[in-house]
Ligand binder design. Structure first.
Ligand SMILES: Cc1ncc(COP(=O)(O)O)c(C=O)c1O
Length: 343
């Protein structure tokens, strides 16, 4: 499992397995890398970016937040301006894919920028990105890379994985924030002996062994291509119904967030009808986006006919809820065309 994780993270560093959900690894990042009063830049492209801010503040850091409109990705120049205004920044914390809005962030470009600022780390929450699209940790100079078992690892929730670069380990050794359960140095030492610091989440690790077998059998680049094709088909399907994608400029390969059309007054009925009437589970919007968007995921143990089934159920649901500006088969037809034209 340790070797398989390194290949998945595309790193020579040890990947640590924590018995927690993804947020545990985000929490561990902050408590292990920083000291009270440190300044960090957080990129809030949605709910999970905002979580970086909240965790940093909970640990007494000064979080300088770049707040974006829902559906927008940051411009590199915006982060550059913040780094120039705050040269003392210890890190830029962001999501590779912001699940709440379906935005994909320019991870490679952000890492390149951060590299030029001495003492500043690039911290990437890749919970709905790692294993979905290419994020080569060592090649891109990612300092912290995080994922969670319930996403592209195709497991139940309950395990987080985190890898630190050498620069991040140096920061870890200098950090003065209190840590105990999530002491990553202690966890690292245990992993080198094929152990974990505390009781291992054995069911997750055994499941992960099988997920990693599936992943490496298919091949990372093949998986990324499959996900890109499924994402494109989903977007084309949705657009063929006359609907708008929230993150139109920078859509995520992991999840497509769609604006609820004006004809449907209660947007929360879309995921409910999909699930209760048609047996297809999708997600609604969270917080201020509740009732305003719905989200379709297209990564992990999925193929073209999962997308087709989802879009067929969506067509029926929209029609039943009063949105009728399309012909049946528009979404599924557009998706089938993408699959046929991109074999
Ligand atoms: C991008 C991102 N970050 C963080 C989290 C939080 O992870 P968890 O709910 O496993 O704690 C999620 C969960 O969906 C996520 O998608």
């Amino acid at each position: 499992v340790r070797e398989g994780l390194k290949k998945l993270f595309q790193t020579n560093e040890e990947v640590l397995m924590l018995a927690s959900t993804g947020t545990g690894a985000m929490d561990a990042t902050v408590s292990n890398l920083f000291s009270p009063g440190d300044t960090v830049i957080t990129v809030n492209a949605g709910k999970f970016g905002q979580r970086w801010t909240k965790i940093a503040q909970a640990y007494g850091l000064r979080a300088v937040e770049l707040t974006l409109e829902p559906g927008r990705a940051p411009q590199i120049s915006q982060i550059e301006t913040l780094l120039r205004a705050h040269p003392e920044s210890r890190a830029v914390l962001f999501q590779a894919s912001e699940t709440s809005t379906g935005v994909q962030l320019p991870t490679r470009e952000i890492c390149e920028l951060v590299r030029r600022q001495p003492g500043c780390l690039a911290v990437v929450d890749a919970i709905t990105a790692l294993g979905v699209f290419d994020l080569p940790m060592d090649a891109w100079g990612i300092d912290v890379l995080i994922t969670g078992s319930q996403k592209a690892l195709m497991l139940p929730p309950g395990m987080a994985c985190i890898a630190l670069s050498q620069r991040a380990w140096e920061a870890q050794s200098r950090s003065r924030l209190p840590k105990f359960y999530f002491d990553l140095a202690r966890e690292h030492k245990a992993h080198l002996k094929n152990q974990t610091a505390w009781t291992p989440a054995t069911a997750q690790i055994i499941g992960l062994q099988e997920s990693l077998r599936l992943i490496h059998e298919e091949g990372l680049q093949n998986i990324f291509a499959r996900h890109a094709r499924l994402a494109l088909a989903t977007r084309e399907g949705v657009k063929a119904l006359g609907l708008d994608i929230l993150a139109n400029d920078s859509p995520s390969t992991a999840v497509t967030a769609v604006r609820v059309p004006a004809e449907i007054l209660d947007g929360k009925r879309i995921p409910r009808t999909m699930r209760d009437k048609h047996g297809v589970i999708i997600a609604g919007g969270q917080d201020e986006l509740e009732g305003k968007i719905f989200r379709l995921s297209h990564f992990g143990y999925v193929g073209p006919f999962d997308v087709i089934t989802g879009l067929a159920a969506l067509e029926m649901t929209l029609f039943e809820l009063g949105y009728k500006k399309f012909e049946f088969g528009d979404a599924t037809g557009a998706a089938l065309r993408v699959f046929s034209e991109n074999p």
